[in-house]
Every structure is written in structure tokens, then in C-alpha cells.
Design a protein around this ligand. Structure first.
Ligand code: NAD
Ligand code: MN
Length: 480
């Protein structure tokens, strides 16, 4: 007998969305000087949620000047213990408003409420709590006896974890004494604007945090502004390269957190049921819109059939649909542009001869959706094994020996993360020493903690976010 779930929708009444949002500059919401705006939509329903301002070069300039003045007059003069009070206050306000923020994130991004409520929001406030604790202890963080902030930090973030990426950027920047101008991604501005209101509620001094909304052109104007001292970017490797070129020859500090093509490696001695959960979490969490997603499953040949059978059976149970429903596992693809990119790579997988399996689920009529997809018969030459798909698409390859697993795992220009599933600690450590990845998970995947540094090697970027190491990204290198 089959039981079905009754709908369990989270209430939308928790949030009030304004029809129009200005830019947050110098502690206030202001209209852009050229008056342009764009619509932000709910990708699960195609409903227009609000109109968001597009910051032009003049607006970016205003924001940078506000950040510069706040740095010089207030923030750089304030003792770390005082800065910490503001960060603790922000952390508490986020925790108090987490249900509302989770709903807003789900509406604007399309991710399941279960994830925004249980993963994103708890990590957001945890990040502010964590870095609040460092603000008065910077001289003990191992960088310098007199650590110096950069000044004005320009921060550009993507749409996959909108408020979490904001927290990863703003919390360490403020803790170290920088002021910031942050640009959220154009499809997911609303939680950043809600954060601006939280800064007002926390009575954060004007200009310490500025939020300019807009697309890549706004981002470029921000990166290239001569009075920006530090640039922190998370997004595609292509834009990361453009940014690196744009600031070459300047004294601006730079950290880049870019794409990935992580190997999730399952050995024959792995606890298989747990590994299946880890594979699912690795690539289908957040619709696969995850830079460290375990998008290449490397499974030892002797257990490959068993793993695939269990995986498909598990995927058949996932529920795709209304992101606001508390029972939903797979939400909407964030934008039509991202949907097109994923569809193009799925088509490439078909054309190049891999075998596609798709989880049986009914896709809603409105919005953008992709059912969990598994490709077998994938070779290392296939595009789906080489390129970041950033969607719920898994490429399965097999291996026979640990040596072969290492060679295949490292056969990518990326190096953000990797997963190892094995019961043997010695084998896990042997593998971890040889894998070229900034983050390596053992018998788990996509596990995050503010105290743990995160970041890549090779074309996945440089610099770390999180942990003591994350402070280093916002402190000037000292000559000692
Ligand atoms: P993107 O790199 O274009 O956008 C990321 C952010 O950079 C956005 O805020 C965007 O407005 C801004 N931006 C764009 N061009 C810029 C420029 N020239 N200068 C400064 N800022 C600029 O990413 P996308 O187009 O949204 O997605 C494309 C692909 O990138 C995805 O398919 C995925 O593979 C990858 N991606 C990776 C991450 C990650 O977390 N590493 C996040 C998003 C996307
Ligand atoms: Mn949106």
C-alpha cells in the first residue's frame, strides 16, 4: 500500500515584501541616480516578487565613498570588542528572524524551505556569532601582532546560497575592521535587502555595510572602483578570471571562490547505505547549485552495480515540487538561464553516448525544474565529466584501485572539494594526502561549520572563508 504526503506548506504571511527596493547606501535606502530597476521572480511560480534597483557607476561610487568615510571615521577607530557587540547583535537578530528569512530565501531562490530553514539560516547566524568572537582577539589569530584591515571591501556573491554567502563575506570583513559594499546576485537580492534592514535595526553605524543591487555591470563597476582596497568574489571561474584581470597591477587584495567538479569516491568497504545518503546530499542538495557538489561519483567497480541500484531506489523517493512545502526535497532551478545551461549539458551527455536515467517525478507546469538525473557509462572525456553543470545531474565513473581513483579524481582543472567513503581510516588519509582539493570530507559530504576553513585550489580559486583562516582574507599581508 502506498501512502502519500498531504501538502505541508510553510506560511507566506511571515514575510512582507515591498513592491520596490532602493539601494542601501550610508545606512539608508536610496533611489539609484539613473532610476533603473529590474524584477526579481520566484523561480517556482514565475511570480514577480518585487522590483529591485539597478546600481549604476554613480551609485557604486556613492556606496564606496560611504564605506570609505565610515571606515575612516568610525569603524577603524572602534575597538574590536565594540565591533563584536554589533556582530553579536546582528547574529541574534538573524536568529530571531530566521523563519521569516528562510521563507524569503525560498521564495526568491527556489530552494526547499527545509533547506533554507534547517541549513542556510542556522549557518548564517552561526557565522556572525563565530566571527563576533574573533573581533577582539585578532592579534592572537596568528597573522600579525598588529593586524591591519584593508579598508573598503567589495564583495560579490552568487545566487545559490544568497544570505549564507553574504554572511561568509560580511562577518569576517566586519570582524577584522573593514567596511563593505556588497553586491548580491541579480536573481536573489531580497535577503540581502532584508539584511540591510537588520543592519538598521542593529544600529550599525551608517556606511559600514552598503548593499548595491544589480547585474554583472554593477559588479564590474564595484571591482574596478579605485577606492576599493579588497575584492572578494564567489561565482563562476570565467568571471573570476575577468576580475583577476581587471585588478591586475593594483594593490587591491583578492580572494576568489569559484567553481568545482568534485569527486565523491566510494570504496567497496564503505558503509553503503550511508554512502547513498552522502551521494544524494552531495549532488541533489540545493538542486545541485553547489560549487562543492559531488558531481562526479567514482565508485569502486566491485560495488558499482549495487551502489547504482540503491541510489536509483533512493532517488525514486525524493519529492520534487513546491519549495514552500516542508516535505519537498528538490526545489526549482534558480533561473531560466541556469535551466538552459543544465539542459544543454544534459543534451551533451546524451549526444556523447552516456546513458541517462531520470528519477520519475512530475514537473510542475510553471517555473523551472529538472528531475534528479544520473548518467552512467561516462568517460573522463565527456563534457558532463569535465564541466561544472551546477544542477541535479550526477556523472558516474568507476575505478578499480585507489591509485586509479586518485588519478581520475584529480583529472580536472578544478580543486574545491572531494569526498571519500571507506571504513579504513588509513586508506582515507592516504587518499586525502593525494587529492587536489581544498576541502575533503570523509564519510560525509557538504558539511559546513563556521569554524572550518573552506576554499579551493587550482581553478577553484584561492583564499579561505570560515575559521581562523577566513580572517586572513581581510587582513593586509604584513612584512615581518
Ligand atoms: P556569475 O559568475 O556570472 O555570477 C556571480 C556573481 O558575479 C553575480 O553577482 C553576478 O552579477 C556577478 N558578476 C557577473 N559578471 C561580473 C563581472 N564581470 N564583474 C563583477 N561581477 C560580475 O555566475 P552565473 O552566471 O550566475 O552562473 C554561471 C555558472 O557559474 C554556473 O552555471 C556555475 O557553474 C557557476 N557558479 C558558481 C558558483 C559558486 O558558488 N562557485 C555560484 C554561481 C555560479
Ligand atoms: Mn529570484
Amino acid at each position: 500500500m502506498n501512502f502519500d504526503y498531504a501538502p505541508a506548506p510553510e506560511s507566506r504571511d511571515l514575510v512582507t515584501i515591498d513592491a520596490h527596493y532602493g539601494l542601501f547606501i550610508d545606512g539608508e535606502f536610496v533611489e539609484p541616480t539613473d532610476g533603473t530597476s529590474f524584477k526579481t521572480i520566484n523561480p517556482a511560480t514565475e511570480e514577480v516578487l518585487a522590483e529591485v534597483s539597478e546600481a549604476g557607476p554613480n551609485d557604486v561610487d556613492r556606496a564606496v565613498r560611504a564605506a570609505q568615510a565610515a571606515y575612516a571615521k568610525v569603524w577603524s577607530k572602534m575597538p574590536g570588542a565594540e565591533r563584536a557587540k554589533y556582530l553579536y547583535r546582528i547574529a541574534r537578530l538573524i536568529a530571531e528572524r530566521s523563519r521569516e528569512l528562510a521563507v524569503l530565501e525560498t521564495l526568491d531562490n527556489g530552494k526547499p524551505i527545509r533547506e533554507s530553514r534547517d541549513v542556510d539560516m542556522p549557518l548564517v547566524s552561526a557565522h556572525f556569532f563565530y566571527y563576533a568572537g574573533w573581533a577582539d582577539k585578532l592579534e592572537h589569530a596568528g597573522f600579525s601582532d598588529a593586524p591591519r584591515p584593508y579598508g573598503v571591501a567589495a564583495q560579490i556573491i552568487p545566487w545559490n546560497f544568497p544570505l549564507l554567502m553574504l554572511a561568509w563575506k560580511i562577518a569576517p570583513a566586519l570582524a577584522t575592521g573593514n567596511t563593505v559594499v556588497l553586491k548580491p546576485a541579480e536573481t536573489t537580492s531580497l535577503t540581502a535587502l532584508a539584511f540591510a534592514q537588520i543592519c538598521q535595526d542593529a544600529e550599525l553605524p551608517a556606511g559600514v555595510v552598503n548593499i548595491v543591487t544589480g547585474d554583472g555591470a554593477t559588479g564590474r563597476a564595484l571591482v574596478e572602483h579605485p577606492d576599493v582596497n579588497k575584492v572578494a568574489f564567489t561565482g563562476s571561474t570565467e568571471v573570476g578570471r575577468q576580475i583577476q584581470r581587471a585588478i591586475a597591477g593594483t594593490t587591491k587584495g583578492l580572494t576568489l571562490e569559484l567553481g568545482g567538479k568534485a569527486a565523491n569516491i566510494v570504496f567497496d568497504d564503505a558503509p553503503l547505505d550511508e554512502a547513498i545518503e552522502g551521494i544524494v546530499n552531495g549532488i541533489y542538495f540545493n538542486q545541485g547549485h553547489v560549487c562543492c557538489a559531488g558531481s562526479r561519483l567514482l565508485v569502486q567497480e566491485s560495488v558499482a552495480d549495487d551502489v547504482l541500484e540503491r541510489l536509483k531506489s533512493r532517488l525514486t523517493m525524493l519529492r520534487l515540487g513546491d519549495p514552500m512545502d516542508k516535505n519537498t526535497d528538490i526545489g526549482a532551478i534558480n533561473s531560466p538561464a541556469q535551466h538552459a545551461r543544465i539542459a544543454e549539458l544534459i543534451a551533451a551527455g546524451d549526444e556523447e553516448g552516456a546513458q541517462r536515467w531520470t528519477a520519475p517525478c512530475v514537473l510542475p507546469d510553471k517555473g523551472w525544474w529538472i528531475a534528479p538525473t544520473v548518467f552512467t557509462g561516462v568517460t573522463q572525456a565527456h563534457r558532463i565529466a569535465r564541466e561544472e553543470i551546477f544542477g541535479p545531474v550526477l556523472s558516474v565513473l568507476s575505478f578499480r584501485t585507489p591509485e586509479e581513483a586518485v588519478i581520475k579524481a584529480n583529472n580536472t582543472p578544478y580543486g574545491l572539494s572531494a569526498g571519500i567513503w571507506s571504513e579504513k581510516g588509513s586508506r582515507t588519509l592516504w587518499m586525502a594526502e593525494r587529492l587536489q582539493a581544498g576541502v575533503i570530507w570523509a564519510n560525509t559530504f557538504n558539511r559546513f561549520d563556521p569554524a572550518s576553513p573552506f576554499g579551493g585550489v587550482k581553478e577553484s580559486g584561492f583564499g579561505r572563508e570560515g575559521g581562523r583562516q577566513g580572517l586572513g582574507a581581510y587582513l593586509q599581508r604584513e612584512v615581518r
